[in-house]
Write a protein that binds this ligand. Structure first.
Ligand SMILES: NC(=O)c1ccc[n+]([C@@H]2O[C@H](COP(=O)([O-])OP(=O)(O)OC[C@H]3O[C@@H](n4cnc5c(N)ncnc54)[C@H](O)[C@@H]3O)[C@@H](O)[C@H]2O)c1
Length: 424
């Protein structure tokens, strides 16, 4: 059913989250019309008979088989997350901030960090290991720096406060650099970088995370998947958005391979003796993720270095928990005390016409001859832009049916109105 759809070069689109972007990078992509009445299931749920692979690497990585995604509008996904967070006990404003970050992750195709993580945040609020109300505070400050105490509030609440502080300082003094302590899991690092880009600034963000990664030459968990975002504004809403974990893959990909009884590439993780393993169960149980790149001979020590750099800019700089001392993954028994970093830079304080020159650079890269004509050269942020364009064309975010069912179960448990699919 999938067909090819041409998109005009340079067309500017406005997404349902209000973000403007160009589709310059996308000369053509796969999509499916949702306008055919035959696509309505008996329950009037819009089902999309597409191949999961059409949704790109991240979505296809969650399931390679054909399935019928369930379409949910962006406003409904946000409203559902807000309902759940409020019912768990979070304030309306904090719940909204959580919804904005999680839905942006799904909209951009990073399903591992969207609705998928809602249950974890609900659990943290209900267990009282994360504070449901209050505000982060600046505890130390200079013209271009600040240390923020997150007061153990939800990660997106601390992250937005800290990045807004960095943005304000960058506008005043050219650079704003904020470190936050006593924070929690903040979702996709890209959300915070894009807050700066929206203001015409370069934005960077980092966070430490629970130990899941084995350092080069090691055999025990000592570092998180510590993501890095570097985002910079081009013209007409276009941008460069590098938003990545500093491990080769996220832990979710190991879990999935285990469930499907598949082997994994040896650059993803090691077993309990520190040896690269193709058995996901050995990586998951007693082993760990490899830094970006894989083993030492694959250059994984560079990923290891980047991973430690994040930790230095987060846990060490902010005086938060760091490295192996960070709370183990999926443990809600104590405060996480994550450290996070937020940097905003006003490019106008440097050479002239930054956005014009960056746009020229981005376009140059995108128009390089591809090795495979069916796969154009992209720049960081393009895969997410392609996913957003697909959501826009479909009229909502396509969720895996299992994820949708899980959201229904969560709604039942919390006794809130379930998330509605488009057409329901
Ligand atoms: N909060 C946390 O604890 C945490 C931890 C790890 C990751 N994350 C988040 O998870 C998300 C996924 O991370 P990931 O490393 O799996 O992302 P990924 O591997 O899908 O993409 C990483 C980056 O590479 C770019 N990219 C992908 N294909 C490309 C291509 N062909 N050409 C040029 N650029 C390309 C993407 O635009 C993106 O900027 C991120 O948003 C990250 O912030 C969060």
């Amino acid at each position: 059913m999938a067909h090819r759809m041409k998109l005009a070069y340079g067309l500017i689109r406005k997404c349902t989250d209000g973000r403007m972007f160009t589709e310059k990078a996308v000369s053509s992509l796969s999509s499916t019309s949702i306008h055919s009445p035959s696509l309505l299931s008996p329950s009037n749920t819009v089902v999309l008979p597409v191949n999961a692979n059409d949704f790109g690497r991240r979505m296809s990585s969650t399931d390679s088989a054909d399935y019928k995604p369930v379409l949910v509008s962006v406003p409904e996904a946000k409203a559902f997350i807000k309902r759940c967070m409020e019912k768990a006990g979070a304030s309306a404003e904090h719940s909204q901030q959580m919804a904005d970050v999680l839905v942006m992750a799904d909209h951009r195709g990073h399903y591992s960090h969207g609705l998928n993580r809602l249950e974890m945040y609900v659990r943290d609020i209900k267990a009282g290991t994360c504070n449901a109300a209050g505000e982060p505070v600046v505890v130390k400050e200079a013209a271009s720096t600040a240390l923020v105490d997150g007061h153990n509030l939800l990660g997106p609440v601390v992250g937005k406060f800290a990045m807004d502080t960095a943005i304000k300082k960058a506008k005043e003094s050219g650079v704003g650099w904020v470190a936050a302590k006593a924070s929690n899991h903040y979702g996709i690092a890209g959300y915070y970088g894009l807050l700066a880009v929206d203001q015409g600034l370069i934005g960077m963000s980092f966070t430490n995370t629970s130990p899941l990664c084995v350092p080069t030459r090691g055999k025990t968990l000592a570092l998180g998947s510590n993501p890095i975002c570097f985002a910079a504004p081009g013209l007409n809403g276009d941008s460069f958005v590098l938003d990545m974990a500093s491990t080769t893959v996220a832990i979710g990909k190991i879990e999935l391979a285990m469930r499907k009884k598949q082997t994994i590439p040896p650059v993803w993780g090691v077993d309990s003796s520190g040896e690269p393993s193709t058995d996901p169960a050995k990586v998951y149980n007693g082993g760990g993720l490899l830094p970006l790149g894989g083993s030492e001979d694959m250059g994984g020590y560079k990923g290891y270095g980047l991973n430690m750099m994040v930790e230095i800019l987060c846990g060490i700089l902010a005086d938060a928990a760091f490295g192996p001392n960070v709370r183990p993954w999926s443990h809600s028994d104590r405060e996480a005390n994550l450290g996070q970093g937020f940097i905003a830079v006003d490019p106008g304080r440097f050479g002239e016409d930054f956005a014009e020159r960056l746009q020229g650079f981005i376009d140059l890269m995108r128009h390089l001859p591809p090795a495979d004509p069916s796969k154009p050269v992209l720049v960081a942020g393009d895969p997410e832009r392609i996913h957003i364009a697909k959501c826009e064309n479909l009229g909502g975010i396509p969720y895996h049916p299992n994820q949708f069912e899980h959201a229904i179960e969560l709604a039942k448990g919390l006794d809130v109105q379930p998330m509605r699919a488009v057409g329901q």
